[in-house]
Ligand binder design. Structure first.
Ligand SMILES: [Zn+2]
Length: 257
């Protein structure tokens, strides 16, 4: 467990630093302002959130351990331990997709999630920019959901070890050849997909909710890609929030690429 804990921190920090260096060399958006000040702002927000996340994960670990004798969830299935772990990791990712989508559907939750979308320049540090109330709700909901799935704290650490570098990657401002992005998005949400998710246009930012797998967006009709996003406006404008009419996700060409 200590190894998994160290590894999840290692992949988070190493991934963050690596993508920060690459986006400095080959940025997609030119002149994103002062990178240092932008990072300082987003990492300060992340620092506040750690005050919720760290005690939250200790409490969650305690709750999952104590729920185990009463409810096994996926661990009760007659499949190999490896298959159970894979299924749990996939189900955790499905929950992340669902929770993210709720944050866009509910006007109440959107008020907090909008802080993430309000970043006017998208880079790897945006992956850590969340309102603390969103973090608090997300942390509280993990208790019933993960108990229901039958996840252990080791499963969560494994998920975080894989998922965190992926979310750092798709937030990063790296210029990636479109053929490479097309291949990668068969499995994971890519920078192109996630830039559309940070578009100021609501019909675009109500798409591409995936964290680790792009599968859910394809499956549930929220997948959107465009050939050319060079003129995309990132962030939120007055129009973004006044346009309360949601475009049904299925109209957004779910399987185009
Ligand atoms: Zn979002």
């Amino acid at each position: 467990m200590e190894t998994l804990y160290s590894l999840s921190w290692l992949t988070t920090i190493a991934g963050g630093l690596l993508f920060w260096l690459i986006e400095g060399r080959i940025p997609f958006f030119s002149s994103p302002g002062t990178r240092g000040n932008h990072a300082k702002m987003n990492l300060s927000i992340a620092g506040i959130n750690l005050l919720i996340l760290l005690p939250g994960s200790i409490a969650l670990s305690f709750a999952l351990e104590h729920a185990k004798p009463y409810w096994s969830g996926v661990r009760a299935l007659d499949i190999s331990p490896l298959a159970q772990t894979v299924l749990i990791v996939v189900l955790i990712d499905l929950w992340m997709y669902t929770w993210h989508r709720f944050n866009h559907i509910s006007e109440f939750l959107w008020r907090f999630h909008a802080v993430h979308h309000s970043d006017p320049s998208l880079d790897v540090t945006t992956a850590w920019r969340f309102h603390y109330v969103e973090i608090l709700f997300s942390e509280l909901l993990r208790f019933p959901v993960f108990i229901l799935i039958g996840a252990s704290i080791q499963d969560l650490l494994l998920y975080s070890m894989i998922m965190t570098p992926i979310i750092e990657f798709h937030h990063s401002n790296i210029r990636i050849p479109s053929a490479v992005d097309r291949m990668l998005r068969l499995i994971v949400p890519t920078p192109l997909m996630h830039r559309l998710h940070h578009s100021a246009i609501r019909a675009e930012h109500d798409t591409n909710y995936g964290s680790m797998l792009s599968l859910w967006d394809r499956l549930f009709g929220s997948y959107l890609v465009k050939k050319d996003i060079s003129d995309i406006a990132i962030g939120l404008t007055n129009e973004s929030d006044s346009d309360k009419q949601r475009v049904p996700a299925l109209l957004l060409r779910p399987f185009n690429n």
